[in-house]
Design a protein around this ligand. Sequence first.
Ligand SMILES: Nc1ncnc2c1ncn2[C@@H]1O[C@H](COP(=O)(O)OP(=O)(O)O)[C@@H](O)[C@H]1O
Ligand SMILES: [Mg+2]
Length: 437
Amino acid sequence: MKAADLLQEVPSLNPYKQYGKVTRAVGLTIESKGPRTSVGELCYIHPQEKKEPVLAEVVGFKDKYVQLMPLKQTAEISPGSLVEATRKPLQIKSGHGLIGKVIDGTGQPLDGSVLPEGLSPVPTEAEPPNPLLRPRINEPLSLGIKAIDGLLTIGKGQRIGIFAGSGVGKSTILSMLTRYSEAEVNVIALIGERGREVKDFIERDLGEEGMKKSVVVVATSDQPALMRIKGAMTATAVAEYFRDQGKQVNLMMDSVTRFAMAQREIGLAVGEPPTTKGYTPSVFAMLPKLLERSGTSQAGSITAFYTVLVDGDDLNEPIADAVRGILDGHLVLDRKLADKGHYPAINVLQSISRVMEELVDEDHQKAADNLRRLLSTYMESEDLINIGAYKKGSSKEIDKAIKMQPAINQFLQQDTSEVLTFSETRKALIEQFGKGE
Ligand SMILES: Nc1ncnc2c1ncn2[C@@H]1O[C@H](COP(=O)(O)OP(=O)(O)O)[C@@H](O)[C@H]1O
Ligand SMILES: [Mg+2]
């Protein structure tokens, strides 16, 4: 900082530290008498045996007491521990030096190393760009996955949900997007997964190639709920930082469901009533706050992929419902396809990209519609065909759907090592499915 800038800061400095004292701990929260502070501010709680202070956030007030939630495990805190106000919300540091790094929810390297020099401070919580000043989504983003580029074309700055149960290929799709899409920077948030899954994803799925232009933010399931919330916020803040630099950023969050569960934990701990399926009202207030931050801005764009866990393929559970209402499309991964070895297991008939029409030319759209119609005809008659009850020649449309089925499957399936650009996919789609009737 220059001397003049430093001088400007002087009037806002508060030379007195403000302290309070821990009075009790209730479940996940710690109550203290004082300091003077407001919701969202960070405090340090000082354990009495001169150990490292514990970072905590003010989450509410009850009578005259401050309710705090720690960002780390809290074995050492006891009644009388000092609570020091920092007068600031959580900030992290972002910049080019973060690329290739794995950080935690507070922006610190996960391997315990120190952050590189030259990063700039950014707040983890920010307002979404003004909706009226947001450029329209009008340019396709080449993702390198045929089924998506061809039939569910996604634009730069679009926000999509990936709805799936466990083990149907979410992580695999995210790793393909990281390696093959034309984005300049990838920010990957792993929220609420187990430590082993995180290690597998970073080492096996992403590998060195995937890390080259990626920042990974990790908040595992064993960390406090607040840390999982911060992981999602921090990843979004890092993506925003690169968008402000004019970059095309991919933000991938796995999963929004675990983010919602963390917020539910916090909500219940501070006394909110459970409403829809045990989720508290603040969950539904937080979701748009998080999801609206990605997308286009006047500087650049964040194309975002948010995974949503759907148990037993129930696409109407409350989080899936809320997320679907906010985003510009969704991909449904289907266990039945995965069981057949059809990967990526995208059910294209149940999936939708709401802006595709504005991104592709007429030939592309026509070929995509054609493929969908043939597939839908085949699916409707599949049972009859499989038991041999369909007589060839009864319907021209079904005959054609049967004939084209191998080509459709071949187009929709893709090996994880197979790479195609958007224009290669478009060309293949039009060649095979461009002719109607
Ligand atoms: N494109 C693919 N090609 C081949 N196998 C795949 C593909 N995608 C997923 N799989 C198989 O499915 C398994 C689970 O995928 P994963 O991405 O870990 O699922 P999730 O993250 O949804 O739990 C993988 O271990 C792999 O065997
Ligand atoms: Mg996974």
